[in-house]
Each structure stands twice: as structure tokens, then as C-alpha cells.
Write a protein that binds this ligand. Sequence first.
Ligand SMILES: *[C@@H]1O[C@H](CO)[C@@H](O)[C@H](O)[C@H]1NC(C)=O
Ligand SMILES: *[C@@H]1O[C@H](CO)[C@@H](O)[C@H](O)[C@H]1NC(C)=O
Ligand SMILES: *[C@@H]1O[C@H](CO)[C@@H](O)[C@H](O)[C@H]1NC(C)=O
Ligand SMILES: *[C@@H]1O[C@H](CO)[C@@H](O)[C@H](O)[C@H]1NC(C)=O
Length: 202
Amino acid sequence: MLYDDMSKLMLLLCFALLHTAVITAKTHDKTNGPNCQNFSQGVTFNESEAIGTWHLLHFITEKEKGSGDPHCVEFIPVDEQERNKLQDRIGKYVENLNWDTISLKMEIPCKSLNSNKTRDYYLERLENNGSYRTLQMPPASAKLDLAEFHRYPMRLKIIEGQYLGMIDCHEKFVFLLGKQPPEGKKLDEKVKKMIETYWPEE
Ligand SMILES: *[C@@H]1O[C@H](CO)[C@@H](O)[C@H](O)[C@H]1NC(C)=O
Ligand SMILES: *[C@@H]1O[C@H](CO)[C@@H](O)[C@H](O)[C@H]1NC(C)=O
Ligand SMILES: *[C@@H]1O[C@H](CO)[C@@H](O)[C@H](O)[C@H]1NC(C)=O
Ligand SMILES: *[C@@H]1O[C@H](CO)[C@@H](O)[C@H](O)[C@H]1NC(C)=O
């Protein structure tokens, strides 16, 4: 299916920065892990808890294999003014989007990394259970009438009151994020348990 191939491609483009961190870390059997249904089962997601900078925790397992680049994501609230500006700019190129539900923006990586390659995604809220669909902004230099605005479903939830879980619904790839970057090789027992839950050993 074209759609299927496209969404695979999108996925690769979309979370590329985070993905490079984890894909090399572990090839896991995704059929045992959570999917978008059971990931957000019974979840009520309060967006304001997601605002701010989050660091990839799972990455710690890769660190043990020698690579220690930090990876982070920043969630920024989107107000009405920004929403309107966005709609004015790209509204005619994007179909089936309820602009009123765009309330979060996700930047990868976070500003503190001073990367010159940031990816910006507006998040369209589908439900209050943490269901979102991304709207990836094309590069500023892209010609808008040709640009593609990659959109695909993802889910967010707060785990154990202090971690942020993010799942990509297509690849069922789970990212575990914390407020602090992972430190050295010390794996918090809680984090270890979470990793076992979300990244079951095959
Ligand atoms: C979610 O559902 C999948 C597929 O049915 C299953 O393999 C997995 O164990 C479930 N995960 C959780 C956390 O319930
Ligand atoms: C969360 O909301 C989405 C979007 O409406 C819905 O498809 C999904 O079934 C809901 N998930 C749960 C576990 O309630
Ligand atoms: C959402 O979280 C914020 C910040 O933690 C809190 O102030 C607010 O009361 C919460 N809202 C709801 C509806 O729980
Ligand atoms: C971005 O940063 C990298 C690494 O610091 C550098 O090699 C590259 O030239 C920079 N690219 C631009 C467009 O500034």
C-alpha cells in the first residue's frame, strides 16, 4: 500500500534523531510490546504536564555500547495567535485538520542542545487520552505548495507521575523520557522496570 510505505517513510524522517539513538541499541520484537490501544488505555492526559524539556532515558542502554549522545525533546504550548498564524500560512495545503485542537508543539532536539537541525511538529489533539497526530513542518526554505506535511498518529502519557512515554503508532516504537538526562550507567530500578515493560526481551 502506498499509504503504508509513506507512513513508514514519514516515521523514519520524523523521529530520525531519536530513532538513530534507539534503533541501533536494540532490535526488539515489537509484537510483544505495547500498541497504541493498550498504551493509552484508561489514560487521561493533562497536556500541561508535558510542557518542557524531556530527555531520552532508554538511551542509557546504548550508552553502555559506547555512544553517549544526548537526545531530548521539547514540548511547547501553542496559543491561539500562533495557531491562527499557522493556519493562515499553511491552512490551504493541509486537509482534514481541526486547527483548534493544535495545542502543543514538539521540537527535536530541545533548544539546549543548540542543534542546527531541529525538527518541528505541531500536535493535533485527537482525544484527551493522549492521542495526537503530528503535523511536521517542512523546512522554512520549502516551497509550500509542494511541501509535504507529514502526519501520523502517536500517543503520549505520563508514567509513574514523572516520566513521559511516547509511542509511535505505526512502528509501535516507545520512547521513555525523563526530566533529567540519564546519568552514567546507574539505572534507576524504576526505569529498569519500565524499560522491561516497554521493551520486552524477545
Ligand atoms: C498490548 O497488546 C499487545 C498485542 O495484543 C500485547 O502483545 C502486549 O503485551 C500488550 N501490552 C501491554 C502493556 O498490555
Ligand atoms: C483514545 O482516543 C482515540 C482517538 O479517539 C481512540 O481511537 C482510542 O480508542 C482511545 N483509546 C483508549 C484506550 O481509550
Ligand atoms: C494539569 O496539570 C497542571 C500542572 O501540573 C495542573 O496545574 C492542573 O490543575 C492540571 N489540570 C487538570 C485538569 O488536572
Ligand atoms: C551544523 O552543525 C554541524 C556540526 O556542528 C556542522 O558540521 C554543519 O556545518 C552545520 N550546518 C549548518 C548548515 O550550519
